[in-house]
Every structure is written in structure tokens, then in C-alpha cells.
Write a protein that binds this ligand. Structure first.
Ligand code: FMN
Length: 193
């Protein structure tokens, strides 16, 4: 199995960093080949530019986007790890999606409407929130992210299987609860990727 792991947190001491380490460990246990991307360390430029659009339409996609697209094409599974920021993912990850999941790569238009092109792959978005589960249910936070990122990006792009896992109240729960979250995550990777 071949996996691309995309990590979008600026702090190497964050819980997201711990999550990412566990994801990599569990994938290695499964014998997966892994390409790891730390978007902040890569200094990823998240702004979809006029030049990018021109590249898509002339078949002359910028090199940095081409590399990302080749890696995603190579992978059987795509895993993204990020905190919830303003009921979405951080701008650096949103901008990765904007630029890399482009027309002609992730989707195309046919007479019947848009058609996803990344068929047969699995995707998992792992997020962490400050909000606890009860408040998140009341304000619809998880549902919004599932719809706007997971379904809208992975579903639209034709992924065969995709899901979202959020860990709640990460900054305020006790250490042992965060440890239990990592244990739950290990099982999730083993069972679903
Ligand atoms: C810019 C910013 C926006 C945030 N927006 C939200 C939000 O909309 N909902 C929420 O539950 N938590 C929000 N948080 C809290 C983070 O999700 C939380 O601190 C993080 O998931 C904890 O994990 P970490 O230690 O890996 O950063 C926000 C934090 C920051 C810095």
C-alpha cells in the first residue's frame, strides 16, 4: 500500500504532530510506503494564482503542483492531519487543495456534469478541535467540515472511500484522554487504511 500523509500544523510540539507520528508508525506497521508532506516545512504557497490557471488550461501545470499531483496519483491512500481553525482547515491546507486538486487532475467536466478522476483511492481527514463534542454537535462544526472538506473534495474528486475523524477539546482534556485518542487513532488506521 502506498500512502501520502499531509501534515498542516506550524508547531512541532502540537498534538497534531503527535497524531502525525502515530499515523506514520501505524502505516509502517502495515508495511506501507509513505510520502510525507509537512506543508509549513515545505513553505507551501497556498495562493491559487492567475499563472496556475493558465498552466491548467494550457496543459503546462507549474512544477510544484505537478510534483504533488504525481505523488497523489501514486498513492492508494491520502491522509491529511490538521487542526480545526475557524470551523475549517488551516489556510495552508485549503490552499494546497485549491492548487493541487485542479481541473484535469482531480475532476473534469463531461456532458453529464463534473466527474471525479481520483478513482479507487482512500482518503482520511484527521482534525483536532478546541470545541468539545457536545458543543460541536450543537453548532454543527464536524458536519460542516465533513461536508465542506471531506465530501466536497474527496467525494467530488472520485475517491472510492473517504472519512473524517475529529478529536475534541484537545487543549483542555487530561493527558490520559489525549493518550486514549492516540490509541483510538492507531485502531482507525489499522482498520480503515
Ligand atoms: C486560528 C485558530 C482558529 C481556531 N478555530 C477553532 C474553531 O473554529 N473551532 C474549534 O473547535 N477550535 C478552534 N481552534 C482551536 C484549535 O482547533 C485547537 O487549539 C487545536 O485543535 C489543538 O490542537 P494542537 O495542539 O495540535 O494545536 C482554533 C485555534 C486557532 C489558533
Amino acid at each position: 500500500m502506498k500512502a501520502v500523509v499531509i501534515y498542516a500544523h506550524p508547531n512541532p510540539m502540537s498534538f497534531n504532530a503527535a497524531i502525525t507520528a502515530v499515523v506514520k508508525e501505524e502505516l509502517e506497521k502495515k508495511g506501507a510506503e509513505i510520502i510525507f508532506k509537512d506543508l509549513y516545512a515545505m513553505n507551501w504557497n497556498p495562493v491559487l494564482s492567475a499563472g496556475d490557471f493558465e498552466g491548467y488550461h494550457r496543459g503546462n501545470v507549474p512544477e510544484e503542483i505537478k510534483t504533488e499531483q504525481a505523488d497523489i496519483s501514486w498513492a492508494d491512500a491520502l491522509i491529511m492531519v490538521a487542526p480545526v481553525w475557524w470551523t475549517s482547515v488551516p489556510a495552508i491546507l485549503k490552499g494546497y487543495i485549491d492548487r493541487v486538486f485542479s481541473i484535469g487532475f482531480a475532476y473534469e467536466y463531461s456532458a453529464a456534469g463534473p466527474r471525479g478522476m481520483l478513482n479507487g483511492k482512500k482518503a482520511l481527514l484527521i482534525t483536532t478541535s478546541g470545541t468539545d463534542e457536545r458543543a460541536a454537535q450543537q453548532n454543527g462544526m464536524v458536519d460542516l467540515i465533513t461536508k465542506s472538506v471531506v465530501n466536497a473534495v474527496f467525494g467530488f474528486s472520485g475517491f472510492a472511500q473517504y472519512q473524517h475523524k475529529n478529536f475534541f477539546a484537545v487543549p483542555t482534556v487530561a493527558d490520559n484522554v489525549r493518550k486514549e485518542m492516540l490509541t483510538e487513532l492507531r485502531q482507525l488506521i489499522q482498520d480503515n487504511i
